[in-house]
Design a protein around this ligand. Sequence first.
Ligand code: PXG
Length: 456
Amino acid sequence: MTQPRTTAELRALDAAHHLHPFSDTKALNDEGSRVIVKAEGVWLTDSEGNRILDGMSGLWCVNVGYGREEIADAVAAQLRELPYYNTFFKTTHVPAIELSAKLAELTPPQFNRVFFTGSGSESNDTVIRLVRRYWDIKEQPEKKVIISRRNAYHGSTVGAANLGGMAPMHAQNVALPGVVHIAQPYFWGEARQGETPEEFGLRTARALETTIDALGEDRIAAFIAEPIQGAGGVIIPPATYWPEIARICRERDILFISDEVICGFGRTGKWFGCETFGTQPDLLVMAKGITSGYLPLGGVMVADRVVDVLLEGGDFNHGYTYSGHPAACAAALANLAIMQREKIVDYVADDAGPYLKAQWSKLAEHPLVGEAPMLGMVGALELTPDKIGRTKFPDVGKVGTLARDFSFRNGLVMRATRDRLIIAPPLVISHGEMDELVARAKKTLDDTYAELKRLG
Ligand code: PXG
């Protein structure tokens, strides 16, 4: 019998052959990557037998938790029946049909049609194609500019990276013309002295209006935004922000794209973030939670008023080999059936969300924490050397990474964006597990604080 590889052997092979996403692979190879071998519920197990509470749902995606036999069975059955067929050239298949109908039922009423992709990035590239096609068919081809926000994350393909507003990504030469970035509604980090959250929310929303005016409405195709910025730091806007954006989008002749790759499928306590914030998108971008990450799948819901135009335009010359992959659609259907049967969205809204928020908010009393916002099953801890003056650490990202590493050692996955710690646990997390999560986060703050004191 062959022996399973040891952790050291696995790390050596990983170091020799694997280029990691968003990583300094050389530094990582020196340190050695953590090898995750299995998972159940909200718990990961690594190759050394450590059990770690997954406060990030993988990468914001495992909404129904790990180890769902029902999804595995549905995928296996589909692979046996029809492992692959495409949806090009006048063909379709049952899982894509069933999932299209299910998504039309679950999304807001203006949405009845979906374009399938394999990921969030492909979905956002699709959005660029759809938006441009829409205005071309309407004989307004000069409407090409898409307005986005600083620190937005819309994916890593060239199109999606351009929509995104991440400075470190733009520093690596991704820029294409046609995307303009405005301010993000990051009250803690960017409000003026004495400004209230309400004033700040209105001011940042109105940047959309002034940018449309400055560039000319006849050049603006669309505005894209995440309901809550995820990778940008879990930026939950002040209450005045989204109503003002909704007004501007209503008054101006532009399309509004809600990137729900993170906020979709229950994360904010409704099926979609646009429902939590009362906006009316024309395009709704999905991925991640659609299958709870069990298989890769993405999609763009297209509102009827946009579909009506597209249908007049003949061929739409765009699509992916895996658009609506049968096994991925089967995974999505099984996942959504679980979410509906177990009333997981209601659990987030009425039970888990308020329960976690009550404890999480108390972490704001810690000397290292500037704010501890949370909505639904997504929250953040802003780390600061000065809570009152709202200042930042001099070497941005260092303290965040230090805390993130302590968190791992304490058996909790949190993610760090700059000096902001983030959680987005599986939506099914129990009360006991939430108590454990908060206790480990608190210990992580204490460890980080002690280490900073030690370093002076
Ligand atoms: N839109 C949003 C809002 C996302 O969060 C994408 C699009 C792209 O999806 P794909 O499936 O192409 O990765 C995302 C992805 C992080 C992190 O470090 C976040 C994402 C992906 C990888 C890392 O927080 N979000």
